[in-house]
Design a protein around this ligand. Structure first.
Ligand code: F6R
Length: 608
C-alpha cells in the first residue's frame, strides 16, 4: 500500500523517480508526488489521480531540477485522495520532506501536541506529523533527529526523508513496511519494491525493522537506533527485467494469465526429483509432523480462497482436520491453537498486514508456521518458521492470477509430500498425483489456446447486473475465486455459493436471465450439481457450466459449457480457474474498466 522511491546521484532525479514510480503504481494509484532538492529549495509537485497526471504536469519530470529527490504513489488511508493529501509532505518551514508507506497510529496525539506549539498543518494525513516532528526536533543533524522522531512514532512505516540544507543525503527507515536500497555507481536508490529499480541496478540492501540508511551518492551506511553501524549483505536480484514489463500485452493481468503454465512449471519442477516430491525448505521432522493434530490456514482475499481449496485437499489426503481463517478475523477470536497445530500462511506479497499479524499470533501460541510466499525476503517469508516460495515472478496486476495458481501448486506439493510422510497416501496415488501435477502446464496451455470461446461468452454476458458462481466441494472453493475475480475488475455484483445452499434463501434472487456460472468438475457430486443447475434453470437463469470434457452431459442443462481437459479431482481447480480469470478479464475489457488498477484497490495491503 503506497509506493515510495528516492534517488541520489548525478542525473536529473525527477524523470528517474517518475519512471520508478510507474513500477510501483500497483501499490496505490489515487495520487502521486515528488520532491526535489533543486540546490536552493525543496520543490514539491503532487497531483490527485494516477501517475500519468503528474507526468503530464511535469513533462515526465523534465521540468523539475535537482539530482536528489523522493517520490510517492498513494493509496489513501488518512485524508481523501487530493493534491494536498498526496505525499511528499513538507514541514512547516519547508526544510524537510517525507514520503511514507504505512500508518502512524498515534498521529492524532502527535498532531495535537505540535499544533499546541503553533505548528501549522496543511493536510489530513498521518504522515505530515513526521515531517513536522523532524523540524520540531532538528538541531543540526538529520540522522539524530530522525532517530529521535522514530521513538515518538507508533505504527508501521517505510520512510524517505530529504532536507533543504543537505542536498547530499537521503535518510530511509523501515519498520513493518518493506523498503530496499538500490546500489548503483555514484548513485543510489530507495524503493518499496525491487521492480522499481530493476532497470537501474540489481544490487540491493534489504532494510530490516528499525534499520536506518544514510544514503549518499558514493555510498550507503546502515545503522541501528543507537547509530551502531550494521554490516549489510548485498543481495543480487536475478529477476528478468521483462517480467516487470507488459511485453506487448495490453494489460499486465492478461500477460500474467498467459504466464501461468511457466509459473507453475517453475514452481513445481525444481521440487520433483526422480519422481519424488522434495521440499527441502521444510525443516520439520517426521515426528513433529505426525504430532500435529490440526492444520490451520491463514490468508486474505484470493490467497484465502487457495486456503479453502487446501482444506478440501489436506483433509482428503492427510486426514487431519483443517481450519481456514480470514487473517483479519483470526487474531480477534481467541483461536484454539497450540504447538500441536501446524499453521500454513499464504501470501503473494508477504507483506499483507492482517496475514502477518495473524501469523505472529499463531507463533505466539506455539504453532509452527509454514508460509507460501511469492516475494523473496518479504516480512512473512523471513518471519515464518519455514517458507516455500512460489516462483511466479513479479505479479503487477492488482487482481492476482499467476500467484493464485502457483499457491495452489504448492498446496498440492505439500499434500503429496506430507501424505507420503504420514502414510495417508498410497504409492499408486502418489505417482498419479505427481504425474498429473507435472502435466498441469500443458493442460493449462490447451485451455489458454481456446481463449476466444471465453471471449465470446464474455461478449454475450458483459452487461449482466448480477452473477452467481455455484459449485460443490472443491468447486465451491473455486467459485469464491471466480466471483472475486469478476467483481474486483469488472465491478459487476457477483456472489459465490455452495450450490446446495442456494435454495436456503439466495435462490429468490434468481430471475429471468440472471447469469449463473456453475462449476461442475467434481465427479463424485455431478448428479447433485446437475440438480442444482436445474433448480436455477427452472427459475429463468442463464447458466454457463464449467465441466470436464468426459462429461458432455452437462450441456443438457446449461446454455453454454466450457470444457476442461481431464485431471484428478484434487487438481481440477488449477484448470477450472483459468476460464474464470479469462471471463473476468474479457468482461472488464468489454466494459472499458481499468483492469490492472481497479478502483479503490491496491495490490499490497499493508494496513489492517
Ligand atoms: C485479489 C487479490 C487479493 C489478494 C489479497 C492478499 O485478486 O489479489 O485478494 O489475494 O489482498 O494479498 P497477499 O497474497 O499479497 O497477501
Amino acid at each position: 500500500m503506497c509506493g515510495i522511491v528516492g534517488y541520489i546521484g548525478y542525473e536529473q532525479a525527477a524523470p528517474l523517480l517518475l519512471s520508478s514510480l510507474e513500477k510501483l503504481e500497483y501499490r496505490g494509484y489515487d495520487s502521486a508526488g515528488v520532491c526535489l532538492n533543486d540546490g536552493e529549495n525543496l520543490v514539491v509537485k503532487k497531483a490527485k489521480g494516477q501517475l500519468k497526471v503528474l507526468k503530464e504536469l511535469t513533462n515526465d519530470g523534465k521540468t523539475l531540477k535537482g539530482t536528489v529527490g523522493i517520490g510517492h504513489t498513494r493509496w489513501a488511508t488518512h485524508g481523501e485522495p487530493s493534491d494536498v493529501n498526496a505525499h511528499p509532505h513538507l514541514s512547516d518551514s519547508e526544510r524537510f520532506a517525507v514520503v511514507h508507506n504505512g500508518i502512524i497510529e498515534n498521529y492524532i496525539q502527535l498532531k495535537e501536541h505540535l499544533s499546541a506549539k503553533g505548528v501549522a498543518f496543511r493536510s489530513k494525513t498521518d504522515t505530515e506529523v513526521i515531517a513536522q516532528l523532524i523540524e520540531y526536533y532538528y538541531k543540526g543533524n538529520l540522522v539524530d533527529t530522525v532517530i529521535k522522531v522514530l521513538s515518538k512514532l507508533e505504527g508501521s512505516y517505510a520512510l524517505g526523508v530529504i532536507s533543504k540544507d543537505n542536498p547530499d543525503e537521503i535518510i530511509a527507515v523501515r519498520k513493518e513496511s518493506p523498503l530496499i536500497i538500490g546500489l548503483g555507481e555514484n548513485e543510489n536508490y530507495i524503493a518499496s519494491d525491487v521492480t522499481a529499480i530493476l532497470a537501474k541496478t540489481r544490487k540491493i540492501y534489504r532494510l530490516e525493522n528499525n534499520e536506518i540508511a544514510i544514503i549518499k551518492r558514493d555510498g550507503v551506511k546502515v545503522v541501528d537506533t543507537d547509530k551502531e553501524e550494521i554490516a549489510k549483505e548485498v543481495e543480487i536480484v536475478n529477476w528478468d527485467i521483462s517480467a516487470a514489463e507488459k511485453g506487448g500485452y495490453e494489460h499486465f493481468m492478461f500477460k500474467e494469465i498467459m504466464e501461468q503454465p511457466k509459473a507453475i512449471r517453475d514452481t513445481v519442477a525444481p521440487r520433483i526429483k526422480d519422481g519424488r516430491v522434495v521440499l527441502d525448505e521444510i525443516k520439520l521432522t517426521d515426528e513433529q509432523l505426525k504430532g500435529f493434530n490440526k492444520i490451520n490456514i491463514l490468508a486474505c482475499g484470493s490467497a484465502y480462497h487457495v486456503g479453502v481449496v487446501a482444506k478440501y485437499v489436506f483433509e482428503k489426503v492427510l486426514r487431519k482436520p483443517v481450519e481456514v481463517d480470514l487473517a483479519s478475523e483470526f487474531r480477534y477470536r481467541d483461536p484454539i491453537i497450540d504447538d500441536k497445530t501446524l499453521t500454513v500462511v499464504i501470501s503473494q506479497s508477504g507483506e499483507t498486514a492482517d496475514t502477518k499479524e495473524a501469523m505472529k499470533e499463531a507463533q505466539r501460541r506455539g504453532s509452527h508456521v509454514i508460509s507460501i510466499v511469492n516475494v523473496v525476503g518479504s516480512a512473512i517469508a523471513t518471519e515464518s518458521d519455514d517458507v516455500i516460495y512460489t516462483w511466479a515472478g513479479p505479479e503487477i496486476a492488482v487482481a492476482t492470477t499467476k500467484a493464485y495458481s502457483t499457491q495452489l501448486a504448492v498446496i498440492y506439493l505439500m499434500a503429496i509430500y506430507f501424505g507420503d510422510k504420514l502414510g495417508t497416501i498410497s504409492g499408486e496415488d502418489y505417482q498419479m498425483y505427481i504425474s498429473e501435477l507435472e502435466q498441469l502446464p500443458e493442460k493449462i496451455t490447451k485451455i489458454l489456446e481456446n481463449k476466444e470461446n471465453i471471449q465470446y461468452l464474455a461478449s454475450q454476458n458483459f452487461n449482466s447486473r448480477d452473477v452467481f458462481f455455484i459449485g460443490r466441494n472443491i468447486d465451491y472453493a473455486l467459485s469464491l475465486e471466480g466471483s472475486l475475480k469478476l467483481k474486483e475488475i469488472s465491478y459487476i455484483h457477483s456472489e459465490a455459493y455452495a450450490a446446495g445452499e442456494l435454495k436456503h434463501g439466495t435462490i429468490s434472487l434468481i430471475e429471468q436471465g440472471t447469469l449463473v456460472i456453475a462449476l461442475a468438475t467434481h465427479e463424485a457430486l455431478l448428479g447433485k450439481i446437475i440438480s442444482n443447475i436445474e433448480e436455477v434453470q427452472t427459475r429463468g437463469a442463464n447458466v454457463i457450466g464449467v465441466a470436464c470434457e468426459n462429461h458432455p452431459e452437462i450441456s443438457n442443462v446449461t446454455q453454454s459449457t466450457i470444457f476442461l481437459p481431464q485431471t484428478c479431482d484434487m487438481l481440477l481447480p488449477s484448470l477450472a480457474v483459468i476460464p474464470l480469470q479469462l471471463f473476468a478479464y474479457y468482461v472488464a475489457s468489454l466494459k472499458g474498466c481499468d483492469i490492472d488498477k481497479p478502483r479503490n484497490l491496491a495490490k499490497s495491503v499493508t494496513v489492517e
